[in-house]
Ligand binder design. Structure first.
Ligand code: NAD
Ligand code: SER
Length: 312
């Protein structure tokens, strides 16, 4: 078993919404120098150590793993749903080509891998509540890459023993780094705009209901899964459903208005509506609860309080 001090971690896509919170938490747990943040973007305000690394650069990835004696990779580099529908080729290259590079390098260097999946693996036939074993019939390119990514990770585990694990994250809510390029972004944007300008126009209809989760819970789920003994994980190891909460845009707006009565919110759906309509409204996460003890802590009301404070 690897002791905490032996952890040498590489995080790809570290400048994104999840990476900026996950790197901080991993550094609290394992030490600043044991966690190498990396991204195809420049360092920005991410504290060192930081590497400029494109997951499509196979050689660069091998060099990073070898030079820093990496034992675990958190592969967060990706193109999200709305961006992916606009540039499907890039979405496939990064989400599948990048993942394959990470898995190939992990096979060579014996690294463990965490790479997220998404509620986007499901299609319209999964509504309203997607179970773990509900058939995966995504209608977006992003969802296709996540479905194929889960299969690829399972294959690398079964055929080559690469310890690859993943979670089907719902839409994630945080205030440190704003989400971009996703469909669930409205559930974060509304807090930022209401606190800054007092008004927000949702890009989805008011009855749009999707699974969501606070970032704090998502990071706890990630670490819980990575700490779980391998023997407790089943064939779902590369894509567990995890439930946080579910609400419609109108229910979110009501919860905000109860706290800020002057807030003005409207609904003008755009092309992202079609993506939202193809995803489940809620998830059954029985397998994650049973196999590695998952339980969320936030509900709609406590989330709204935390998000309003975060953006105040
Ligand atoms: P994000 O878009 O905020 O961040 C992705 C990061 O990847 C960005 O910093 C980007 O610069 C980087 N990147 C893009 N192409 C790259 C490349 N070729 N090489 C290296 N880096 C590259 O995304 P996120 O929200 O942090 O998501 C991380 C992972 O979690 C993704 O796999 C995503 O599909 C999954 N996920 C996120 C959510 C969510 O609500 N945020 C929900 C479900 C699943
Ligand atoms: N939050 C992500 C998106 O909207 C779901 O994977 O793309």
């Amino acid at each position: 078993m690897v002791e905490p001090s032996d952890h040498r971690i590489l995080v790809t896509g570290a400048r994104g919404q999840i990476g900026s919170d996950l790197v901080t938490r991993l550094r609290e747990l394992y030490g600043q120098d044991s966690v190498i943040a990396s991204d195809v973007q420049g360092q920005g305000d991410v504290p060192s150590p930081f590497l400029h690394l494109d997951v499509l650069d196979q050689l660069g990835l091998h060099q990073a793993i070898s030079e820093h004696s990496i034992t675990t990779i958190y592969n967060l580099a990706a193109i999200l749903s709305a961006h992916g529908e606009k540039d499907p080729d890039l979405c496939e290259r990064v989400n599948l080509g990048g993942l394959q590079n990470v898995l190939d390098a992990s096979r060579e260097y014996g690294c463990r891998v965490f790479s997220p999946s998404s509620i986007a693996v499901f299609g319209p036939d999964s509504r309203p509540v997607a179970k773990q074993e509900t058939p995966l019939n995504p209608t977006t390119k992003y969802g296709f890459t996540k479905k194929e990514g889960e299969k690829m990770m399972l294959k690398y585990w079964e055929d080559y023993g690469v310890d690859a694990r993943g979670i089907r994250y719902p839409g994630l809510l945080s205030w440190k780094t704003l989400p971009t390029g996703g469909t669930t972004d409205f559930a974060v944007e509304v807090f930022s705009k209401i606190q800054a300008e007092g008004e927000y126009t949702f890009f989805v209809r008011e009855d749009t209901k999707l699974p969501m989760m606070m970032m704090e819970d998502a990071i706890r789920a990630t670490l819980l899964l990575m700490e779980a003994p391998g023997h407790s994980l089943s064939r779902w190891r590369s894509g567990y459903n995890v439930r946080g909460m579910t609400f419609s845009a109108a229910e979110l707006a009501d919860a905000i208005k109860r706290r800020i009565p002057s807030a003005e919110m409207r609904y003008v759906p755009d092309s992202r509506q079609k993506i939202a309509d193809s995803w489940p409204q809620d998830l059954d996460d029985s397998f994650a609860r049973l196999e590695w003890g998952w339980k969320s802590t936030y509900d709609l009301e406590s989330m709204v309080v935390a998000m309003l404070e975060g953006f105040a």
